[in-house]
Design a protein around this ligand. Sequence first.
Ligand code: SF4
Length: 211
Amino acid sequence: MESGFYGSSTDGSLKCKFEESGLANTHDIMEKAVRWFRSRSIFVVAYGTGCGAIEMPPTFTSRYDAERMGVVGVATPRQADLIILSGYLAYKTLRRVIRTYEQMQKPRYIMTLGSCPINGGMYWDSYNTIKKLDDYLPIDVSVTGCMPRPEAVIDGFVLLQERIRNGEKAGWEKYDENFEFYKENQKRVLGGHIDPSYETDWYNLKSGGKA
Ligand code: SF4
C-alpha cells in the first residue's frame, strides 16, 4: 500500500493539500504535531541566579501569566525542559548549574537573561564571574537587557517555542556533539573534579567503587 496521509476525501484532494505543505506522510505530520505540543508545554525548573530571578514572579503569576502559553514552573530538574539563567554566574554557581542541566531530561533548553551571561555585563572584569556562558553550556535563547522586563522574557519564550516548532537544532544537541569542548572549558575554571564524576561506578560504591 502506498504510504502517505489519507483523509476522508475520496478524490485525494486532502492528500494533495498535505503534500503541498511539505507534510507528505504520517510520520511528518506526527513529527510536526509532537514539536507543536512540545513547544506548548515547557516546564521551567525553579532556579534563580543574578538580578533576573526577581522578574520570574510577575512573569509566572497573574499579571503576565506565562502559563497561558504553556510555560509553567516545576520544582525538580528531572521534570524540567528549560532552565532560565537569570543573570550573572559566579564560578561557584556554574558548578551547580552544570549539575542541574545535566540532570534534566532531553530535549532540554537554556535561556539566559541580561547581558551578564553574554559578556560579563557590569562584572566584565570580575575575578570570579563567568564572562561568556556559551563557552561552558549551550544557550538556546539570550534575552538581552539589564534586566529584561517580563514582556521581554515572554518574547524569549515565543522565540524558543518557534525554534522548537521549526525543529531547529537545539543547544542540547550541540552539547552532545561538542561534549569534549564544553568539558575542557568547564575544567579550566572549575578544576579537574566536576561532580558527579563520569567515571563513578555508582553500583559498586558500597563495595569499593570510587566517587
Ligand atoms: S545584566 Fe544587569 S540585571 Fe542582569 S544580572 Fe547583570 S547586572 Fe544584574
